[in-house]
Ligand binder design. Structure first.
Ligand SMILES: NC(=O)c1ccc[n+]([C@@H]2O[C@H](COP(=O)([O-])OP(=O)(O)OC[C@H]3O[C@@H](n4cnc5c(N)ncnc54)[C@H](O)[C@@H]3O)[C@@H](O)[C@H]2O)c1
Length: 353
């Protein structure tokens, strides 16, 4: 049996402090016989010394390009533009199967080098459910930002923080005005995170999931002060909010955080805005009188890098322990092949191990 060689790479995006494997889980991989090389990375939330102490080999940032060809390169976000030919197997979020900008170029780079993308978004169990995802902390952050904005306490630009710091800000001050909140997609990962953050802020949210939105009661929706949307839409449903709802004189809704951020998608349940908001400028006013503020940030978990990495790593660890061609990883390979075929890349060009 060949020994698995994992290579944890440095993330090229300078604001990305998260990592898919934290030092305590790195130790467990090493103890199970995996060879684990970890690249130095100035911004990673865990110092490289912690990986070294866990028995990992240390390598310079970006050195994966010359890693042994059988090494499996592990990361989270985009690869650098070079090299043109990708020779390794890469585990990360490639965002390459839904005709995203640059998706075709990326798949051709894999074909040119006979490498392979094992996309974390498609690492699923037998029922198609994601095995490792950042949803919980996305929801927690989204709801926390909504609370802070609603209470007039949100400070921009946003910067990565810790749960302790965030929770301290969420504690209601004496005499703080009470408000009501609605979480849609309440039973999912993000929805559960959102409800917990709201509880920390002293608010028990109204939880709506599929059953409660089947026969949508927009009047009831608009009667909440704060809404956090965390649905994962897979089939089109009537929008939760339309332009005309924002002008409803009975609207109590003042603060909306869209964790889902399906802007531009036919599945979007909130087609009332057309671009995301950013860490530098997290809030956009959609209506002046009465006000309605929107938060729609698509990289929320990066604001809690330690907690979100730890959570993600604990879900990924058992999958890495059973890294093999079948099961969930086999499904990742099948999805990669399908995407390549759709692009017209000949089967013979793809690595067949
Ligand atoms: N903004 C960010 O930074 C960020 C980060 C991670 C995930 N996300 C997004 O958050 C969304 C939720 O992710 P998740 O991991 O929580 O998914 P999930 O599958 O764990 O949960 C989604 C929930 O939505 C519910 N749902 C689906 N359609 C619904 C409808 N019409 N009405 C009510 N409920 C409905 C489902 O029943 C489920 O409970 C996804 O779109 C994901 O891409 C955003």
């Amino acid at each position: 049996m060949t020994v698995l060689h994992l290579w944890l790479r440095h993330e090229v995006r300078s604001t990305e402090r998260r990592t898919p494997i934290v030092p305590s889980d790195a130790r467990r991989l090493v103890e199970s016989g995996v060879t684990l090389t970890v690249e130095e990375s100035p911004q990673r939330i865990f110092p490289v010394e912690e990986y070294e102490a866990a028995g990992c080999r240390i390598a310079p940032a970006g050195s994966w390009v010359s890693a042994p060809v059988d090494a499996v390169i592990l990361g989270l976000k985009e690869l650098p533009d070079e090299p043109a030919e990708l020779t390794h197997r890469h585990i990360y979020f490639g965002h390459a199967y839904k005709q995203q900008p640059g998706a075709g170029d990326l798949l051709w780079r894999f074909a040119a080098g006979r490498g392979r993308l094992l996309d974390l978004e498609y690492l699923v169990d037998d029922n198609g459910r994601r095995l490792a995802a950042f949803g919980f902390w996305a929801g927690y952050l989204g709801a926390a930002l909504a609370v802070l904005q609603h209470r007039g306490k949100l400070v921009a630009p946003l910067t990565p923080t810790s749960k302790e710091e965030l929770d301290a800000l969420l504690q209601p001050a004496a005499g703080e005005a009470e408000f009501t909140a609605l979480v849609t997609g309440a039973l999912g990962r993000s929805g559960r995170g959102a409800r917990l953050a709201l509880l920390t802020a002293g608010v028990e949210a109204t939880p709506w999931d599929l059953a409660e939105t089947r026969d949508l009661d927009r009047e009831a929706l608009l009667a909440h002060d704060v809404m956090v949307n965390a649905v994962l839409a897979t089939t089109p449903v009537p929008p939760f909010l339309r332009e005309q709802d924002l002008d409803d004189p009975a609207r109590r809704l003042r603060t909306l955080c869209d964790v889902t951020v399906d802007v531009g998608s036919p599945l979007n349940v909130l087609p009332i805005y057309d671009r995301t908001t950013e860490w530098t400028d997290p809030v956009r006013r959609l209506r002046k009188e009465p006000p309605l503020d929107l938060i729609a940030i698509d990289n929320l978990p990066s604001l809690l890098p330690r907690e979100s990495s730890t959570d993600f790593s604990s879900a990924l660890l058992p999958q890495l322990m059973e890294f093999e061609t079948g099961g969930p990883w086999g499904r990742c390979v099948d999805r990669f092949r399908q995407a390549c075929r759709e692009l017209g890349i000949a089967e013979g060009k793809l690595r067949n191990v």
